[in-house]
Design a protein around this ligand. Structure first.
Ligand code: AMP
Length: 212
């Protein structure tokens, strides 16, 4: 099974992906998490990607496609959940081609629909665990102990790209570069829309119905 999660930054993809991947025994592949790990490890790829990420721009397609291709070959579980990829039409086409050459295809894409006003509200209050990448919100989803990850106890951080200027740019980039990806899957009859403005549990229930 291969599922793609689509939606703007702050739409809740990462939060829902962790739960669904656990339930369905899917390998959760979050390209943002993979990139942040490269940055933290100070690799060449990480150093090249960091400036794009901090500004809220997309990392170039060839880097992202190369990063994902090797990982498609070995799902190592009941399937894959792609979170944050594809983010451009070129990435979606490269994904289709890579899967087709292995006799596979995307089974379903889920679009988490959230208004821009709500996205800004969420990203402004967001903190993240730099270790396990779990996301929290000051008001809607606070950790049990202030500034500490519930899962691993690591001190939470505010991501550089969750600051106001980068957030504005990320939403603009999403509108211009990622929106066409929705049409790509809609045309293929593989797009299911979920109301991402609901509470986390309610989104989770809708998702369970959508994925089956
Ligand atoms: P995310 O954690 O998914 O919000 O991703 C954080 C940042 O990583 C994005 O703002 C981009 O700079 C970069 N990134 C993640 N996934 C991709 C992708 N598929 N294509 C290009 N850049 C990406």
């Amino acid at each position: 099974m291969l599922i793609v999660f689509l939606g703007a930054p702050g739409a809740g993809k990462g939060t829902q992906a962790k739960t669904l991947a656990g339930k369905k025994n899917l390998t959760h592949l979050a390209t943002g998490d993979l990139l942040r790990a490269e940055v933290a490890a100070g690799t060449e790829l990480g150093l090249a990607a960091k400036a794009f990420m901090d500004r809220g721009d997309l990392v170039p397609d060839d880097v992202m496609i190369g990063m994902i291709q090797g990982r498609l070959a070995s799902p190592g579980s009941d399937g894959l959940l792609l979170d944050g990829f594809p983010r451009t039409l070129a990435q979606a086409q490269a994904l289709d081609e890579a899967l087709a050459s292995a006799g596979a295809s995307v089974d379903q894409s889920i679009y988490f629909k959230v208004s821009e006003e709500e996205l800004v509200r969420r990203l402004a209050g967001r903190s993240t665990c730099p270790d396990c990448q779990r996301a929290y919100h000051d008001t809607f989803n606070p950790p049990h102990r202030a500034d500490e990850c519930d899962d691993c106890g690591t001190s939470l951080i505010r991501r550089e790209d969750d600051k106001a200027d980068a957030v504005r740019n990320r939403l603009k980039v999403y509108g211009t570069q990622t929106t066409p990806v929705l049409d790509h899957y809609r045309t293929a009859g593989k797009l299911v829309e979920v109301d991402g403005e609901q509470a986390i549990d309610a989104v989770q229930e809708d998702l369970a119905v959508a994925v089956g």
